[in-house]
Design a protein around this ligand. Structure first.
Ligand code: ATP
Length: 239
């Protein structure tokens, strides 16, 4: 079976700075892949090469059997690749509902619309007419996820959605994952918290200094192995 989303031998960076070295990753349809690794390891950069906001220096990105390497983020969004960026990035003066509607701009057909998002995160329905600027960090993160879902993506890329949020809010956000996945959406999640990654992921890839240090089904990985790969203390090569 060929992967839904594939990064093939990608090197990428910013100006003269190389952030990724020969990164290859495959994400099968319906799977949840967690990318773990220390600050600056290159996780967000991998997501950027997947969405098309960053072009690789070498290598390619494939989506549903198509080479999308030269396509920009709009074209990829229309094909169903959607990002929940680190830091939420709302339009502060727009209301919640207006922010959600922005996500529908690249709308594909599918189950996600305003009502479906409000059903999943009811607190947003009550606050739909409020400007996003008046929301708490957790509420803004919920809107950011809802906005990405409004485009009915096939792949949802989530970049550290729990960053800076209260544990109870993080819990609520993770509780929405099963309903997101139930609709068949494939998920790539960047998450610093290893326990959380082990709890929700099917597959895990540990990124170390721009390389895939360890990769495999969560069931076959031990916490010690992942921790060693995370900190670069592993004595074994990449799997
Ligand atoms: P974090 O958890 O801190 O977001 P990360 O694993 O997502 O870490 P990246 O953000 O992908 O890491 O960063 C990888 C490397 O690329 C880091 O050394 C970082 O400083 C550098 N980098 C990231 N974005 C830029 C940019 N816009 N310009 C220059 N260098 C960048």
């Amino acid at each position: 079976m060929s992967a839904l989303l594939e990064v093939r031998s990608v090197t990428a960076g910013y100006g003269d700075f190389q952030a990724l070295f020969d990164v290859s990753l495959e994400v099968e349809e319906g799977e949840l892949l967690a990318l773990v690794g220390a600050n600056g390891a290159g996780k967000s950069t991998i997501l950027r090469t997947m969405t098309g906001t960053l072009s690789p220096m070498t290598g390619s990105v494939w989506f549903d059997g198509e080479d999308v390497t030269s396509l920009g983020d709009d074209a990829r969004a229309r094909r169903g690749i959607s990002l929940v960026p680190e830091g939420r990035r709302m339009f502060p003066s727009l209301t919640i509902e207006e922010n959600l509607r922005v996500g529908a701009a690249t709308r594909r057909t599918g189950p996600w619309d305003l009502d479906a998002v409000f059903d999943m995160i009811p607190l947003l329905r009550d606050r739909r007419r409020r400007p996003a600027a008046t929301l708490s960090g957790g509420e803004q993160q919920a809107v950011a996820i809802g906005r990405a879902l409004m485009g009915n993506p096939r792949v949802l890329l989530m970049d550290e959605v729990s960053l800076g949020l209260a544990p109870v809010v993080v819990e609520q956000i993770y509780e929405s994952l099963p309903s997101i996945r139930a609709g068949g959406i494939t998920v790539v999640l960047v998450e610093q918290d290893l326990s959380r990654s082990f709890a929700v992921a099917d597959e895990m890839a540990c990124i170390l200094e721009g390389r895939v240090a360890l990769r495999g089904p969560v069931k076959s990985l031990t916490r010690d192995e992942v921790t060693a790969a995370y900190f670069g203390t592993s004595t074994e090569g990449a799997s």
